[in-house]
Design a protein around this ligand. Structure first.
Ligand SMILES: *[C@@H]1O[C@H](CO)[C@@H](O)[C@H](O)[C@H]1NC(C)=O
Ligand SMILES: *[C@@H]1O[C@H](CO)[C@@H](O)[C@H](O)[C@H]1NC(C)=O
Ligand SMILES: *[C@@H]1O[C@H](CO)[C@@H](O)[C@H](O)[C@H]1NC(C)=O
Ligand SMILES: *[C@@H]1O[C@H](CO)[C@@H](O)[C@H](O)[C@H]1NC(C)=O
Ligand SMILES: *[C@@H]1O[C@H](CO)[C@@H](O)[C@H](O)[C@H]1NC(C)=O
Ligand SMILES: *[C@@H]1O[C@H](CO)[C@@H](O)[C@H](O)[C@H]1NC(C)=O
Ligand SMILES: *[C@@H]1O[C@H](CO)[C@@H](O)[C@H](O)[C@H]1NC(C)=O
Ligand SMILES: *[C@@H]1O[C@H](CO)[C@@H](O)[C@H](O)[C@H]1NC(C)=O
Length: 313
């Protein structure tokens, strides 16, 4: 019953997919990605995973940023968790293998990203359920937003309420290959970056030596004003060369996690905002001046008429 329903929605899904055409650039998920029931009611969406784009590559090399933590703090444990190659991981992070990273260090993880007949790009890894794991906690806590709750539920037939210790789950990690336009512009890799509190697109772009414009475009933003980003969701950073260990940082431990908003305009948009206000101010000024003029004109005409009447009398 459930399976056939699932198949039906997959079918509707694919209809949507072909109807909508293959989008050449990826869109930003917004915080819809945190909704565990997102996929079954909508067209292919970045809230699930990134969609396969033209040229329809079978696969490509891609990178993820994973923040080291207790239990997953070495080249071996991180590469095992994300199914990467530990010696490649060590090389790209400029460390020996094995190596223990300090807590909350951003670790660059090389992965094979593939489309392989699916609608979505994914780097596949496997995870064995431990106590207290839920699809939500796996996507957002264990995998730090590098997977999505709905994609986990879509790829695994186990009921969400019935995840028992020892079950092996397939975990699709969010990745993508460069689009034709990006390749033309020299982009070789896309890096999946999971947003932290207080991150802004200009900060992240600067750190990875990418223009803000390209970063915005790579995530389907057309202008600065709409670029509102949320923690635990991913951005794609379009890289012209492999990421460097010198571009990674050690994050401050997270003290609290409100559902917050990090806007481009908090940093870069300041002058834009105030300009807008200025325009508004000017507009209001001009308008009130016009009203005043009109009023005084009317008053004068009135006065003249009265005067005329008086004169005429
Ligand atoms: C790709 O680039 C071409 C030429 O600049 C442009 O016309 C087209 O809209 C771009 N496609 C996308 C999906 O951005
Ligand atoms: C790394 O994780 C292990 C647990 O797997 C822990 O015992 C160790 O203290 C951690 N090291 C650092 C530097 O955080
Ligand atoms: C990724 O693909 C390359 C060949 O395309 C292969 O040599 C490598 O082992 C793969 N890495 C992983 C982690 O599967
Ligand atoms: C790698 O680390 C060493 C020090 O451990 C440093 O001298 C070197 O410049 C680093 N290389 C890169 C590419 O960051
Ligand atoms: C991401 O989600 C997890 C699970 O809800 C939470 O523990 C973590 O604090 C969130 N991270 C951020 C940066 O908000
Ligand atoms: C939970 O899983 C067990 C065995 O794995 C199965 O017998 C049971 O019916 C499942 N319960 C639900 C509500 O799916
Ligand atoms: C984010 O910014 C606020 C306000 O500046 C600050 O209080 C908070 O500690 C910051 N959080 C992180 C994780 O840096
Ligand atoms: C940043 O990228 C440009 C090309 O876009 C390159 O010429 C420059 O060397 C890069 N800077 C660093 C520090 O990697």
């Amino acid at each position: 019953m459930q399976r056939s329903r699932r198949r039906l929605s997959c079918f509707i899904f694919s209809l949507f997919f072909f109807a909508s055409g293959i989008k050449a650039q990826q869109g930003y998920s917004r915080n819809d990605v945190l909704d565990c029931n997102y996929p079954m009611k909508a067209a292919p969406s970045p809230s699930y995973l990134y969609t396969c784009s033209e040229p329809r590559q079978h696969s490509c090399h891609a990178f993820l940023i994973y923040k080291s933590r207790q239990g997953y703090n070495s080249t071996e444990t991180i590469s095992h968790l994300l199914r990467s190659d530990s010696s490649e991981l060590a090389r790209i992070n400029n460390v020996s293998n094995p190596y223990i990273f300090p807590t909350n260090k951003e670790v660059i993880v090389p992965v094979n990203c593939s489309c392989s007949g699916q609608y979505y790009y994914q780097a596949i890894t496997f995870y064995v359920i431990d106590s207290d794991d839920t699809y939500y906690s796996l996507a957002n806590d264990q995998y730090q937003g590098l997977s999505s709750c709905s994609a986990l539920m879509g790829e695994n037939l186990y009921d969400a309420e019935n995840l028992s210790v020892g079950l092996k789950l397939l975990v699709p990690l969010r990745c993508a290959c460069p689009t034709r336009n990006q390749s033309r512009d020299g982009v070789k890799y896309l890096l999946t970056y999971s947003i932290n509190e207080n991150d802004t697109i200009p900060d992240i772009s600067e750190r990875f030596n990418v223009s803000v414009k390209e970063s915005l475009a790579a995530n389907g933003f057309t202008d600065h004003e709409e670029a509102v980003i949320y923690p635990n969701t991913t951005l794609l950073i379009p890289l012209q060369s492999e990421p460097l260990s010198s571009q990674t940082i050690i994050l401050e431990p997270i003290v609290y996690a409100p559902p917050p908003v990090s806007t481009l305009s908090t940093v870069n948009g300041e002058p834009k905002r105030s300009k807008k206000k200025l325009h508004f101010g000017l507009g209001a000024g001009v308008a009130s001046l016009a009203v005043l003029c009109l009023l005084s004109l009317l008053l004068r005409r009135c006065h003249r008429k009265k005067m005329g009447r008086i004169k005429g009398k």
